[in-house]
Design a protein around this ligand. Structure first.
Ligand code: ADP
Length: 443
């Protein structure tokens, strides 16, 4: 039996005996039990006083159930302090590890406020933790794109956001944001100064080399041209000279495409905001496509929304749209069908070219917009292709905030669609009829 039960039994027995001797059972029991309860209460008060002194490790000298409670509490305190020590050590190790990270890491709260930041965050953004804890990141990192991202409530910056460090302008950073924990966001900034310098050198090299090659090639082509037409040039030379001229023209096309790509890469975003009359542009391309088709007699159709204009760069859009149309002619056998459509819906404006030509196997589709990627190199060269056309298209459309979608099946044909966002559509001039959507057909 437990101590407490013995103690209670003893009190009961004493009360019983004294009650029997005095004949006052009720009074003796009342007094005896009250004293017992008072004693227990006193013991509990001692326990409470001990609990309040958090640092005193051992409980008061007691017996019975209160002693058991003290022991359990002691044990729980011991476990808690060893867990606290472990967590403390883990936190120190974690802080050391994040301090050694080459990237800045910032944990943002629900409203974009700083919850935690590592040492690199101070070096890259001047954010000090814990001093800046609770301050809004957008107020400390003054980059419009980041501020608008944080305001938009979007959870992720998929494509790295590039910016100069507000602390040291020579440091180029790439920022990524991803959702983290319970509605928090993790901002990671990486130093890409080396990569962006190497990229810039590559771009400059291609642009300079293309520029330097352009002039001598123009001179060579000019002389070859005049030799072909020159009566005094021996007839047996002419075939060779024609071949040389074809190759020179290919090189010129290549250089022009390389220069176009360099220009596209050099401009940060599309600053030109012409009103581009795409229907007129497409009818010009349609006529050129007919000429290109020539004896191959393709069945070319054009369907446009006549007043669907977009804001953008006229030359760039012309280059993108004509590339897709001319590709369709070149990769569709004679008498094949090529349909050009320019239309709008609630997602934006779309330029679609559909052909029933060779088609493209699925494994090539994701790589078609890579520079110099060609499915059949021989065929592409034979048709005067540079392998840069679709890379230019992708760049141009991306600069206009859109994307290029390609669907194709070998033997059935292909669909190339340039999707431009609604924001690019120029609202129709509000004459009484201008808002009606009518469709013009050319064929
Ligand atoms: P190229 O100058 O070789 O035409 P592009 O970048 O314009 O280069 O196109 C890349 C490759 O995509 C082409 O070599 C061709 O194999 C394929 N391609 C492009 N358009 C079509 C099409 N309409 N049908 C089939 N294949 C196509």
């Amino acid at each position: 039996m437990r101590d407490d039960a013995w103690r209670f039994a003893a009190v009961f027995l004493v009360c019983y005996v004294v009650g029997a001797v005095t004949g006052q059972h009720a009074i003796v029991f009342a007094v005896g039990l009250s004293l017992f309860i008072f004693w227990q209460y006193n013991e509990l008060l001692k326990l409470l006083a001990w609990l309040k002194k958090r640092h005193q490790s051992h409980g008061p000298e007691q017996t019975g159930i209160i002693d058991d409670i003290c022991r359990e509490i002691d044990y729980a305190r011991l476990r808690h302090s060893s867990r606290e020590k472990k967590l403390g050590n883990f936190l120190k190790r974690f802080q050391k590890a994040t301090g050694a990270l080459p990237d800045a890491v910032i944990v943002l709260g629900l409203n974009g406020e700083i919850d935690w930041a590592n040492k690199k965050a101070e070096q890259y953004f001047g954010i000090k933790w814990p001093q800046d804890s609770g301050l809004r990141a957008a107020n400390l990192i003054r980059v419009p794109e980041l501020a608008s991202h944080l305001k938009s409530g979007k959870k992720r910056i998929e494509k790295g956001l590039q910016m100069s460090s507000p602390v040291d302008g020579s440091v180029q950073l790439e920022i990524r944001i991803s959702p983290y924990g319970d509605r928090q966001q993790l901002l990671v900034a990486r130093d890409i100064t080396g990569i962006s310098k190497a990229n810039q050198m590559r771009k400059d090299f291609i642009a300079n080399a293309s520029h330097e090659l352009r002039t001598p090639l123009t001179v060579i082509s000019g002389y070859l041209e005049s030799f072909v037409d020159d009566e005094v040039c021996p007839r047996e030379w002419k075939t060779h000279i024609r071949q040389m001229r074809t190759q020179a023209t290919r090189m010129q096309n290549l250089i022009e495409d390389l220069l176009t790509l360099s220009t596209l890469e050099a401009s940060e975003d599309d600053s030109t905001q012409d009103v581009v009359r795409v229907p007129d542009m497409l009818s010009g391309i349609y006529n050129e496509a007919k000429t290109l088709s020539g004896v191959m007699q393709h069945n070319i159709e054009l369907e446009v929304e006549p007043r669907l204009y977009v804001s953008g760069n006229h030359a760039q859009l012309y280059s993108a749209f004509s590339n897709i149309v001319f590709n369709a002619i070149q990769y569709t056998p004679e008498r094949g069908k090529v349909s050009i459509r320019w239309y709008s819906d609630d997602r934006g404006a779309h330029m679609e070219v559909r052909d029933n030509g060779l088609g493209i196997a699925a494994e090539h589709i994701p790589r078609l917009t890579e520079r110099f990627y060609r499915i059949d190199k021989g065929r592409s060269r034979e048709k005067g292709g540079t392998g840069l056309g679709l890379a230019i298209v992708k760049h141009v459309i991306a600069k206009h905030g859109g994307n290029l979608a390609i669907n194709s099946k070998p033997g059935e044909g292909s669909v190339f669609r340039c999707n431009l966002p609604v924001s690019r559509i120029v609202p129709a001039v509000t004459t009484s009829t201008a808002l009606d959507k009518d469709v013009s057909n050319f064929s």
